[in-house]
Design a binder for this molecule. Sequence first.
Ligand SMILES: [Zn+2]
Ligand SMILES: [Zn+2]
Length: 311
Amino acid sequence: MSSSANRRRLLTQSPGVDAEFSVTRYLAHLARSGFGATRAAPARPRLAVGAGDIGVTFIGHATVLVEMDGVTLLTDPVLSQRLFVIKRLVAPGLPEGGLPDLDVVLVSHGHHDHLDVPTHRGLAKRATVAVVARNLTDLVERAGYERVVELDWEQRYEHKGIAIRALEVNHWGTRGLLGDRRGYTGFLIEGPSGTVFFPGDTAYTPLFRQYGERFSIDVAILPIGAYRPDSFRRVHMNPEDAWQAFVDLKARHLVPIHWGTFVLSYEPVDEPPTWIHTLAAAAGRESDLALLQHGEGRVFSRAVATRTAER
Ligand SMILES: [Zn+2]
Ligand SMILES: [Zn+2]
């Protein structure tokens, strides 16, 4: 089946849902699933990340701690208790003792579930550099970073032997109600220990196949939530889209994010992780799926990655 036919099949095969967003229905869903008490995430010891290892810890939503080659990176930090009226379902899963010293903070775009100004102000910094999508500098420049680096797609920034490359994804960046020309980007993190891909928010895009040819990706950190109503799939992936992205990227391991933290859409809160697990099992690749709970981390070692690649 051609790729576009395949896409059409995916788009029409989605479970029966409204095509467009209804505020009333969303608020009803939010009231049912998003207004309980925020669950605590059990604090776990920090990962032991050795030479040649990539450590990935799911803090919550799109906030992920990546540790490799002695460099510590945090993606799209949002640690606040609520986003306007939307309360967290699970508290941030911070390691025991809190976050380690951060070298780099990545910001994929300006949507409030990815860029929370109070979180940026509150993060402890020690010569920490923020690497952000285009036209986001003003939002974080007074947060105490040593430097704010804006990257356009395909631009690179090197920090302590790690290269961060901005890559086009399929989303949009407007933060306010009016068009504000905020940018959006994915990031590829490359170091001696391997390569990590973090697209931020994205819909499925054929670009993933190109990235799979261009790069040797060890860990793909992919969003799997906020896909109902169906119109949301113009900007987000459902688990089926994310699985296709994972296959196209030829990544060795998949870490799903953007689920179970904030209710942003109609799908049942526990549907995305169940669905992605079903897809991994059907493909015989359960061992390549790292379905981390909030606060849980995984170390991907080069030896394991190599074994997987040779299979
Ligand atoms: Zn977004
Ligand atoms: Zn988002």
